[in-house]
Design a protein around this ligand. Structure first.
Ligand code: FAD
Length: 416
C-alpha cells in the first residue's frame, strides 16, 4: 500500500504518525511546500524574539527516520489526477498513491483594498517565511499597522510590539476578537493592549494603502479619511483553504474540500483533514471549515484510521472553542459568546480578576466563557458538546466538575 499525504503540519503529521502506528510495513510519503515542520500557532513568538525557528518544531528530530516516512520537502503539488491515482509536482514529476490525504491547510486572504497587492511591505501571517520577513522588516521601522483584530491579527500585533514597534490595529467590528469574545472581555483585553502601546481602532475600514516614491507602504487611509502611519502592514483578515491542486477534478468542494465523518472526500481513496477540509461541525450541525489546531490533529488521525481500513468516525468535531492567553490574561470560550435572542438565559459571576458567563437554553448549556481563572472550565465545554440537561444542577451551576456527571452503571462501569 502507498499512502501519500500532502501537507506536513498538524493534520498531515498526525495522520502520518497514526498510519505508521497502524501499519508497520506500507510506504508513507509526505509532500510539503514547507521545508520545515513548525507550529503556526507560535509564529508570533518568532516575530517577538521569544523563540527561534527550531523552537517552533513540534515533532521529535528523528520523526521521519523513526517512522520510516519519506518526506519530500519544499515541493508544491500542482495537481491531483484521480483517475491515474497520481499527483503532479511543480517540477512535472508524478507521484502515485493508493490512498491520498490532502492536508494542505489554508492561506492568508487579502481583501480588495486599493494598492494592497501592489505595494511593498505588506504581509500575511500564515507561514514561517511570513513571520521571518515581518521580523526582518520590523528592524528598520518604528510604526506598523495590522488589519484585522482576530486571533492572528492580535498575535501579529503582540509580536511586533515585543520588538518595540508602535502598532495600530484596524478592526471593522465594534470590538477586538469579535468572533471569540463578548464586549466585556474584549474591552478588558483592549485596555491591556493599549497599556502596552498597541493602538486599537474599531469600527474602521481600510480604504487604500499609501505608498512612498519607492512603492513601499507609508500608511493606510481609512474609509472615513483618517490616515494611519506605518511602514509595514500585516493583513489578518481571514484565510482560504488551499484547494488549487484539485481544480478540474470531481472532488466535491464548497469553501473547502467536503468530507464525510470518515474524512473521506467525494472520491474513493482521497481523504482531507485540517484547515482545507469542510466537515459536519458538532455545535452547529452544519458543514463548516474547522480551522483550529486540535481539530486538524484529530481529523488527521481519523483519516489515517480509515485509510488503513479501520472504520473510524470523527465524533468530536467541535470548532466553537477558543483559548487564549495575552499579556498574562487567560480566556477560554465554548459555544455561543452572546445569547442569540430572548429564549436564552445568561448567568454571570464576576469579581475584580475573573469573569464567568454561562448561556443556557431550555436548561442546556449553549455557551460558556471563563476569563482569569480558567481551571475546571473543560467540563463546561463537554456539557455543551454532549447537550446535557442541567435542570437539577442550576443552583450550583458555576461550581460543576466532571464528578457531578459520572455515574456507576449496573455492571459497575462508570459512564458520563
Ligand atoms: C498566526 C497563527 C496563529 C494561530 N493560533 C492558533 C491557536 O492559538 N489555536 C489554534 O487552535 N489554532 C491556531 N491557528 C490555526 C492553526 O495553525 C491551524 O488550524 C493549523 O495549522 C491547521 O493545520 P493543517 O495541517 O490543516 O494546515 P497548515 O498548518 O496550514 O499546513 C498546511 C501544509 O500543507 C502544505 N501545502 C499547502 N499546499 C501545498 C501544495 N500545493 N503542495 C504541497 N504542500 C502544500 C504546507 O506547506 C503545510 O505543510 C493559528 C494560525 C496562525 C496562522
Amino acid at each position: 500500500m502507498r499512502y501519500v499525504i500532502v501537507g506536513a503540519s498538524a493534520a498531515g503529521i498526525s495522520a502520518a504518525k497514526k498510519l505508521r502506528e497502524l501499519d508497520d510495513d506500507s510506504e508513507i510519503t509526505i509532500i510539503s511546500k514547507d521545508d520545515k515542520v513548525y507550529s503556526r500557532c507560535m509564529l508570533h513568538y518568532l516575530i517577538g524574539g521569544q523563540r527561534d525557528v527550531e523552537e517552533l518544531n513540534f515533532i521529535p528530530k528523528d520523526f521521519f527516520i523513526e517512522n520510516k516516512i519519506n518526506w519530500i520537502k519544499g515541493k508544491t503539488v500542482s495537481s491531483v489526477v484521480p483517475n491515474q491515482k497520481s499527483l503532479i509536482l511543480e517540477d512535472g514529476k508524478s507521484i502515485f498513491y493508493d490512498k491520498l490525504l490532502l492536508a494542505t491547510g489554508a492561506s492568508s486572504f487579502f481583501p480588495p483594498i486599493e494598492n494592497l497587492s501592489e505595494t511593498e511591505g505588506i504581509y500575511g501571517l500564515r507561514n514561517l517565511d511570513d513571520a521571518l520577513e515581518i521580523k526582518d522588516s520590523a528592524k528598520e521601522i518604528e510604526q506598523a499597522i495590522v488589519i484585522g483584530a482576530g486571533l492572528v491579527g492580535i498575535d501579529a500585533a503582540i509580536g511586533l510590539a515585543e520588538l518595540g514597534v508602535k502598532v495600530s490595529v484596524i478592526e471593522m467590528a465594534d470590538r477586538i476578537l469579535p468572533l471569540q469574545l463578548d464586549d466585556k472581555l474584549a474591552a478588558k483585553y483592549q485596555a491591556k493592549f493599549e497599556e502596552s502601546g498597541i493602538e486599537i481602532i474599531t469600527n474602521a475600514r481600510a480604504n487604500k494603502v499609501l505608498a512612498d516614491n519607492e512603492n513601499y507602504v507609508r500608511g493606510l487611509e481609512l474609509t472615513d479619511g483618517q490616515i494611519i502611519d506605518g511602514k509595514l502592514i500585516v493583513v489578518a483578515t481571514g484565510v482560504r483553504p488551499n484547494i488549487g491542486l484539485i481544480k478540474g477534478t470531481e472532488i466535491e468542494v464548497d469553501q473547502g474540500i467536503i468530507v464525510d465523518e470518515y474524512q473521506q472526500s467525494s472520491l474513493e481513496d482521497i481523504y482531507a483533514a485540517g484547515d482545507v477540509a469542510q466537515s459536519k461541525e458538532l455545535f452547529t450541525n452544519e458543514l463548516a471549515l474547522t480551522p483550529i489546531w486540535p481539530l486538524a490533529i484529530k481529523q488527521g488521525e481519523v483519516a489515517a484510521c480509515n485509510m488503513v481500513g479501520i472504520t473510524t468516525r470523527l465524533s468530536d468535531n467541535f470548532a466553537y472553542q477558543n483559548s487564549m492567553r495575552f499579556l498574562g490574561l487567560s480566556t477560554i470560550t465554548y459555544g455561543l459568546i452572546e445569547a442569540e435572542d430572548d429564549g436564552y438565559q445568561t448567568l454571570i459571576r464576576e469579581d475584580k480578576d475573573n469573569y464567568q458567563k454561562l448561556i443556557l437554553q431550555n436548561n442546556k448549556l449553549k455557551g460558556a466563557i471563563f476569563q482569569g481563572e480558567i481551571n475546571g472550565s473543560g467540563v463546561y465545554g463537554r456539557l455543551i458538546k454532549d447537550k446535557i440537561d442541567l435542570s437539577d444542577k442550576l443552583d450550583d451551576i458555576f461550581n460543576l466538575t466532571y464528578a457531578d456527571f459520572f455515574k456507576e452503571n449496573k455492571d459497575g462501569v462508570f459512564s458520563y
